[in-house]
Structures are given as structure tokens and as C-alpha cells.
Design a protein around this ligand. Sequence first.
Ligand SMILES: NC(=O)c1ccc[n+]([C@@H]2O[C@H](COP(=O)([O-])OP(=O)(O)OC[C@H]3O[C@@H](n4cnc5c(N)ncnc54)[C@H](OP(=O)(O)O)[C@@H]3O)[C@@H](O)[C@H]2O)c1
Length: 359
Amino acid sequence: MMMDRRRFIGLSAALAAAPLATSCGGYDKIPAQDVPRSDFDEDSTAEAVTEGIDLTGKIAVVTGCTSGIGFETMRVLALRGAWVIGTSRSLERARDACRQVRGKTTPLQLELADFDSVVRCAETIRALNSPVDILVLNAGYWGGGNDRELIDGVEKHFRINHLGHFVLVNRLLDRLFFAWQGRIVVVASRAAYRAAPDSGIRFDDLTLEPDYSDSLAYGHSKLANVLFSLELGKLLRGTRITSNALHPGLINTEIDRNVNRLLQFGFGVLAALRGKSVEAGAATSCFVATSPLLGSTSGRYFEDCNAIEVRESHLQDMAMADRLWVVSEEMTRDYLVKHERPDWNEFENGLRKTGKGGA
Ligand SMILES: NC(=O)c1ccc[n+]([C@@H]2O[C@H](COP(=O)([O-])OP(=O)(O)OC[C@H]3O[C@@H](n4cnc5c(N)ncnc54)[C@H](OP(=O)(O)O)[C@@H]3O)[C@@H](O)[C@H]2O)c1
């Protein structure tokens, strides 16, 4: 049967976008052990999963609050009473987004590719002298027209999606520690196992030179997101801070604004056919950020509001996570502050003695 040109282009585009977008593909997913199951699923919305949760008095930071999942996450956390600090590369855009939301919000400028900007943003938050209860690492980049772009020698996706957030967390960690139960929520993607290199993080060439594509680089950076959260979960054991990563679902947002038109078209088609609404797309972020079920769940990976493990992926590879941490520290050394665990433990004991905090 002959296929006309339009259908051929549509099919090619959908195939090109498929590794990032589709749910088919033979990955063996099992519920994560020892994590309470929720009744929520792929259709649950951010409002539904936070129903009845009162975030009054809590401070949340949401990176990338100006569109898509980040905007909806900010909107719903603010609706539930949190004071939400929302970031954008443009302060003006962050202001516009904050204005559209009911509740208390504060716009801040943050360019994750520029570590000086990350430090400035963190310092502004620190100057509030308040605990940070929820830190949603949501901002993300996918694109480049399949032309590899390096910023100070670092591949752009890896720098924005992973290293920028790595510095931000380092700079805000003590503020999370001062919260009754700080939560770090890493918005990764299923691309972490569908589109990342087969061997996982390419420590021998983080710029992915030989076979670079935007989707490979995006998957690589999203695997880095998951492994970062896994390692953080390990390092924060014994504190009340948790760190979890997630895939929000396939949602027709502006995430494809920087990819080529073929990929854009394919992404649009797949999102229209198999995607979620933005309201449902923010559900897993809001669930992981707020659910009382998850007070001591850390280092896990979530899809559709439940923790899963993906067999034959690198998502649970502790050795890779360890190595990524060391390499990321090396790459951002000039922007990091040192944390002394003993001080945290003293603070923890102090809290226990005075009985401060909530349940
Ligand atoms: N949509 C999906 O199907 C899907 C699937 C899996 C994972 N995700 C992940 O979900 C997260 C949210 O994406 P989205 O779909 O809502 O996309 P989006 O609508 O494009 O939102 C991305 C946000 O990130 C911010 N951003 C982009 N580049 C940045 C940079 N260099 N520094 C700081 N902020 C930057 C943007 O803010 P400004 O432009 O205002 O700076 C924007 O608010 C991303 O991490 C994405 O990888 C999305």
C-alpha cells in the first residue's frame, strides 16, 4: 500500500519522538518495595492528589514556573496555602506567571546554564531566613536542532537539567534541613531509560560527541536527574529531608519549543494521542511534594503517583549514581558550599528534644 507524503512525514516524526514519549517498548516495571501505594493514577490531577492537604506556613520553590507542568505545580501548591517562589530565566515572565496564581507567590530570576545566576537565586532565597519545605526541580530544556551545544565545555542539556539543579540543591540544602520535613522533588523523565545512552552516563565523554542527538542528550541529562536524586536520598539518610525523582507523563507543553520541526510535530501527535492534560501532568510532582504517605520515602522514582522500579535500566544503579556525584562536584566545585553532616545531626537532635515541628 502506498503511503502519501503527509502520512509518511507524520509517521516518521512520531517515530522520531517515540523514545521520549511513548509508553510502549517492553520495559519491565514493578512497584517499588516498601513504598506505600497510592490510589492515584495517570488520570489524577494535581488538585485531586493534594485535596485536603493544608500547606499553610510552608515555603515551596518551583524552578521553571512560567509554563506547562511548573506553572500548574506552582498554582496548585499556592492554592493549598504554600508560599511559592517561582523561577524563570526572565524575571518579567516569572512575575507574569505569579500574577496569574491565587495565593502567595514570589518571582525570581534563574538561568540554570549560568551557575552565577543559580548562586544569586539561592542567595536570595537564603536571605529570607526561612526553611524551604519543598524544592521542585522542574525547569527543563530539550532541543538544539540536533546541533551539539557546549557551554564552557559542558553539553547544554547536562548543564541545564542536571548541573544547574545540582548547584541549586547544594546551596539550599541547609534551608531544607531547617524545615520540619524538607522534600526535594526532581522532575526527570521516562527518557532517562528510553532515550539515554545504553551504557548510562557517558563518563568518558559527557558531551556525547560521537552520536549526539537532542533526544540522546535529553535522556542522558534526565538519567542524571534520577541518579542525582538516588544519591541524594542515600546521602540524606538519617535526616528528615527526602529526595525523589519522577516522570510527569507525556504532556503537550512548550518543552518541544527548541527541537526541530519534525520532532516537534511527532511530539505533538503523540501527546495528542497518548498524552495527559497539564493538570494531570503536575499530579506526580505535587503528590511527591506533599503526600503524607511519603514522609520517609526517599531515593525513589515515580510514575503516575506511584514508586516503581524499571528493570534493565540504570535508574537504580548506585555505583553510577556515586560516580556521577563525584564528577558533578568536580564540574561545579567553584560554586558549591561544604555541608558538615554532624551539624545537621545536632540540629536534628535539638528538634527532637524540643519537640518542634509537625507530625
Ligand atoms: N512535557 C512532557 O511531556 C515532559 C515529559 C517528561 C518530562 N518532562 C519534564 O518536565 C519538566 C517541565 O517541562 P514542561 O513540559 O512543563 O516544559 P515547559 O513548558 O517548556 O517548561 C519548562 C520550564 O523550564 C524553564 N527553563 C527552560 N530552560 C531553562 C533554563 N536554562 N534555566 C532555567 N529555567 C529554564 C522555562 O522557563 P523560562 O522559559 O521562563 O525560563 C519553563 O518554565 C521538564 O524538566 C521536562 O524535562 C516533561
